[in-house]
Design a protein around this ligand. Structure first.
Ligand code: FMN
Ligand code: SF4
Length: 624
């Protein structure tokens, strides 16, 4: 297996054919080409530009934007170690070093024989079974020295990936606690049948009295009645922001225009979050059902699942499950025999960009562009995919919506709190003996979750990932609910041995790395924040730097273009508040110290001239 087996011309033609030669499928074509050739050469981009009638600069811009695409050769094997804080705690960096030593290469550089690159990447969503890596996009969890040796041997022997032992790629679900979502009894089609039957019986008064929203809408009052159930359930989005799902669907349904879209956000890039991975692996039918119910309600004919590139291992099983549904009449034309009820779902892959989880960036990415968040308003419900009305919901939201469609809003509201109905899936990882997925009715305390997962010595929990909140022991009585601790699902535990400064520094680096660079406050601010944390780590921090962090936060809060920038200072501010000694013990001076070590920079010159006398040193202390 060598690279020349793939002829670039053929690879391009295949990619164009596979994605109907449509410019909005550009990213999918590039992902395919990258997989086949190990990179996207400029002449290949030129051919694509010609075929798609796009400027070459636009294509280069897309390749440059996504971490998993590259203009320069990356080798036959592209290994990326997950660099999340939990992977680090589980020994990831030492394993990366082991592999680089074994294979004689520097991280981030193509090996001399062009065989491979080894590098790091942001969280791969395997925190419950880390440390983890991706090889050519496929996840290998539970790394240890023996696995690293095994992988290195396979690479040295140039074994095709298809012949690697399957056990290496085994990803576990680790379902630890089930409630009404994970324990549901729905068979494929049950929620849809109920929704269609509602059209015949018109069982919610509001729906019965409402006008049909569009002449000839299939299902009569069914869509409206189902919408009323979704609204009545008070289901709120599980992707983080907690917007009311029924209102979102209603706004999309009422927006002018004929074509409408349903998009499932399975980007799940927030470090520490992996519950969507498990839902996609174990509840795909429930997700498709929720998306199809949504299509029925809003009148969409096309849906998309935007699947993060790190979950490539799920692509084939998900495609197979879609195919089964088409055969069962649950997707395609005249779904379940309902004339005119047509809907299908296409899976699009992401390519390693956290910001693409932001819904408007996701839509840009879905249209084959760089994932830069749009100006809002207008919102996706009226100007979404291709500027058409679009519902974007999280995986868990669609799954919950399917349950509501089947069992009704009252049933759903039986669980949870006044403002947070139903249940929430938590991705529990870090310092505990039973990491995995825990489903609780909203209102559960942090202390209860810690007790259930075997976290005996927790000093802090990062709730909802770096963009969420870090709480210390005094906050363990708080509740997981929109009215207290809102969360997209991450629940990362740190015991009393952990240095919370290093935790915050890892998160700060994550934001600096993932900033899309579109707006100056975030592009510069996240880099400055990272530099300040590095400076403190190097022992040069002062109270001035701590004040600078607060100032940066004010700037980012008020002038960053999207949520990434708004939340980038959260981990630093929270840990400063709860774990200030972790910062202060690194500070040696009360006076300002520059981040740049001028005297250190002269070390090379001193070495070359053989001098080390006082005059060969330049420091602020020596030269006030
Ligand atoms: C930087 C950033 C990343 C995000 N990542 C995700 C994500 O991975 N998955 C997700 O569902 N929502 C994510 N969101 C929230 C989405 O913008 C959007 O609110 C969500 O998909 C709506 O679905 P919901 O109403 O079902 O929660 C992110 C937001 C921001 C600002
Ligand atoms: S805030 Fe950051 S991620 Fe968001 S648009 Fe600006 S640069 Fe991009």
């Amino acid at each position: 297996m060598t690279i020349p087996e793939h002829f670039p011309e053929q690879v391009v033609e295949d990619a164009l054919a596979a994605f109907s030669g449509r410019p909005e499928n550009l990213l999918q074509m590039l992902i395919r080409i990258q997989a086949a050739l190990g990179h996207v050469p400029v002449d290949v981009m030129a051919r694509l530009a010609q075929a798609l009638a796009l400027p070459l600069a636009r294509i280069r811009g897309v390749v440059g934007f996504y971490a998993f695409l590259s203009e320069t050769p990356q080798g036959l094997y592209r290994v990326r170690f997950s660099d999340n804080i939990t992977d680090r705690m589980q020994g990831g960096p030492a394993l990366l070093e082991q592999m680089c030593r074994r294979l004689w290469l520097e991280p981030g550089h193509l090996s001399e024989d062009g065989l491979l690159t080894v590098d790091t990447t942001s969280c791969t969503g395997m925190c419950d079974q880390g440390p983890a890596l991706l090889v050519n996009g496929l996840a290998i969890p539970r790394l240890d020295p023996a696995r690293i040796d095994r992988i290195s041997d396979l690479i040295l022997a140039r074994t095709p990936l298809a012949d690697w032992p399957e056990a290496l790629f085994q990803v576990d679900d680790n379902l630890r606690r089930r409630d009404r979502l994970l324990d549901h009894d729905l068979a494929p089609g049950d929620a849809l049948r109920t929704a269609l039957a509602r059209g015949r019986t018109g069982d919610r008064e509001a729906a019965a009295n409402a006008r049909s929203w569009r002449e000839g809408m299939p299902g009569g009052q069914g869509p409206l009645a189902t919408l009323e159930e979704i609204k009545h359930s008070n289901l709120r989005g599980r992707g983080g922001a907690g917007f009311t799902t029924g209102l979102k669907w209603e706004a999309c349904r009422n927006a002018p225009g004929d074509a409408r879209y349903v998009v499932c956000n399975a980007d799940e890039g927030e470090p520490g979050t992996f519950k969507d991975r498990v839902l996609l692996a174990s509840q795909a039918d429930l997700l498709w059902e929720g998306m199809t119910v949504c299509a029925y309600v809003v009148g969409a004919r096309q849906g998309f699942l935007y699947l993060r590139g790190e979950y490539l291992h799920l692509l084939q099983p998900l495609e197979a499950s879609l195919a089964r549904r088409r055969r069962a009449g649950l997707l395609g034309r005249d779904i379940l025999g309902q004339a005119g009820f047509d809907f299908d779902i296409t899976i699009h892959l992401g390519a390693g960009a956290y910001v693409c989880g932001e819904e408007s960036a996701l839509l840009e990415s879905l249209e084959g562009k760089r994932g830069i968040p749009r100006n809002r308003p207008p919102y996706p419900v009226s100007h979404g995919y291709l500027q058409r009305p679009t519902v974007v919901n999280n995986v868990e939201t669609f799954c919950a919506a399917a349950l509501v469609a089947r069992h009704g809003g009252d049933w759903y509201r039986e669980a949870g709190t006044a403002k947070s109905s139903g249940t929430k899936l938590l991705s529990v990882a870090g310092d505990c003996s039973r990491p995995g997925i825990y489903e609780y009715p909203f209102g559960v305390t942090v202390a209860q979750v810690l007790a259930d997962c075997g976290a005996e010595d927790a000093q802090a929990v990062q709730v909802s990932g770096p963009s969420g909140v870090c709480i210390g022991r005094e906050g363990f009585g708080r509740r997981i609910a929109f009215e207290d601790l809102a969360t997209a699902g991450a629940f990362t535990i740190f015991n009393s041995q952990r240095d919370m400064f290093l935790v915050a520094r890892n998160y700060t680096r994550f934001f600096a790395h993932e900033s899309c660079g579109f707006c100056t406050p975030c592009r510069v601010g996240t880099a400055m924040l990272k530099n300040i944390m590095d400076k403190i780590e190097a022992g040069h921090g002062t109270p001035y730097d701590l004040a600078e962090i607060e100032q940066l936060d004010r700037v980012l809060q008020t002038s960053a273009h999207c949520g990434l920038g708004h939340t980038a200072c959260n981990p630093t501010l929270d840990t400063l508040k709860a774990f200030r000694p972790a910062y202060e013990r690194r500070m040696t001076s009360l006076d300002f110290e520059p981040a740049f070590d001028l005297d250190g920079a002269l070390a090379k010159a001193r070495q070359m001239t053989g001098r080390d006398d006082a005059g060969a040193h330049l420091s602020l202390k020596d030269h006030p």
